[in-house]
Design a protein around this ligand. Structure first.
Ligand SMILES: Nc1ncnc2c1ncn2[C@@H]1O[C@H](COP(=O)(O)OP(=O)(O)OP(=O)(O)O)[C@@H](O)[C@H]1O
Ligand SMILES: [Mg+2]
Length: 390
């Protein structure tokens, strides 16, 4: 594979956004959704598919989006790409507010320059060769010199390993190869953002792996990727996993801490959890205190302190984002034998009231089992983060 850098044209590295409005800058953010609501009306009435989505995806992030069929994943992507428009709320992509004061045709040109889009069914034009398909976006937004376009398209086909098939029609190559050509087409104008809706949904696992490797290459070169997928083997390879449940986002700290929970339980915890911030070295739980909450770490690290010889406290271990504490006491009873405090930096934790935690865990045996494994490890002291009696 050739490097994407070699395909870059210096004059176009600073992408223009045409007449699309510049939004207030948050330089690290590639995608920002603020209070996005989407309603559809049909004969049966009004149906709210997205119920107020707030989401930021930063530049260079590789994010997977999952959720049950009908949860609103494709609708969410359509808000980001500008293919559809929100009923309420604001969408800022690559610094541009894409819905305020922008016509459909302006948005379409903006999309051509700023986004690559890949769908489950590749949507290559059947009467054009692979090379011509890859050249199409460059023609549409008039990027790159006319004479340069075939070479650039060929370089992109090389990048995805299809140079030998450049002059074939889509029907003459495999479905995996068609999807690779669709990815080459999506990258034709060197967009900073790639949006993919189940890009491997129609492929065997080997072709799916080739595609994810290609996405990993793009991300290593600074691209941002938002990808809807049903495949757990792919979500594990992304930086972040976002879960949609019935048009709402599940708190990522909840899903990361308790991945075995059903989505409806994760949503319940999302609604019930309270965020608290502790300053460096501030105590969160004291030894001998009753434990009334389950704590999940959102940001920063905590130190677990045990007592040595009934006298001196020492730092037994540290817990990081995605880890939790308080569960031993909640599930087995008793006061806290360890103290827990923020480490050197401020810590954000999510806390859940005892009764809610116990009720949901009772309804989710698979989560109870997973938590029990963590407890066993901690009680046996055989992990780097193990804590006795915490
Ligand atoms: N144009 C539309 N008009 C009316 N309802 C729609 C429209 N588009 C989507 N919906 C409805 O919105 C809901 C969410 O659809 P969406 O396609 O976003 O789900 P999804 O999470 O992508 O599902 P899947 O995994 O099956 O692709 C569905 O109930 C769907 O029927
Ligand atoms: Mg969908």
């Amino acid at each position: 594979m050739t490097s994407l850098d070699s395909l870059r044209t210096p004059s176009l590295s600073a992408l223009t956004i045409d007449s699309v409005q510049r939004a207030e800058e948050s330089p690290e953010a590639m995608i920002q959704l603020h209070g996005v609501v989407k309603r559809f009306s049909n004969a049966a009435g009004v149906f709210t598919v997205l119920k107020g989505i707030d989401l930021t995806i930063n530049r260079g992030e590789f994010v997977s989006i999952v959720g049950k069929s009908g949860s609103g994943k494709s609708t969410l992507l359509n808000m980001i790409t500008g293919i559809d428009h929100p009923t309420e709320g604001q969408v800022v992509v690559n610094g541009a507010d894409i819905y305020t004061g922008v016509s459909e045709s302006q948005r379409s040109k903006w999309r051509g320059r700023n986004l690559g889009i890949v769908f489950q069914f590749f949507q290559l034009l059947p009467m054009l060769t692979l090379l011509e398909n890859v050249m199409l976006p460059m023609d549409y937004v008039d990027m790159y010199d006319f004479d340069e376009r075939p070479n650039r398209a060929m370089d992109l086909l090389k990048l995805v390993g299809l140079e030998k098939f450049a002059n074939k029609l889509p029907v003459l190559v495999s479905t995996g190869q068609q999807q690779l050509a669709a990815i080459a087409r999506a990258m034709a104008c060197d967009p900073p953002l790639l949006v993919a809706d189940e890009p491997t949904g129609n492929l065997d696992s080997r072709s799916a792996d080739t595609i994810i490797q290609l996405f990993e290459l793009f991300v290593s070169q600074g691209k941002t990727i938002a990808m809807v997928t049903h495949d757990p083997s792919l979500t594990s390879r992304t930086h972040r996993n976002i879960i949609l449940s019935d048009g709402e986002l599940i708190d990522e700290t909840v899903s990361r801490s308790l991945p075995q929970l059903r989505h409806r339980h994760m949503m319940e915890f999302t609604r019930l959890a309270k965020e608290q911030i502790y300053q460096p070295h501030e105590t969160i739980l004291s030894r001998n205190d009753p434990v009334n909450h389950f704590f999940m770490i959102r940001d920063g690290e905590v130190e677990i302190l045990l007592l040595q010889d009934d006298k001196h406290e020492f730092v037994f271990s540290r817990l990081r984002p995605g880890e939790f504490f308080g569960e031993v006491e909640l599930l087995r009873g008793g006061s806290s034998i360890a103290s827990v405090r923020a480490a050197e930096k401020p810590v954000k934790v999510l806390s859940l009231p005892r009764a809610d935690f116990l009720r949901v865990i009772q309804e989710s045996p698979i989560t109870a089992e997973a938590i029990d494994k963590v407890i066993q490890k901690r009680l046996n002291g055989n992990t780097p983060h193990a804590t006795r009696n915490l």
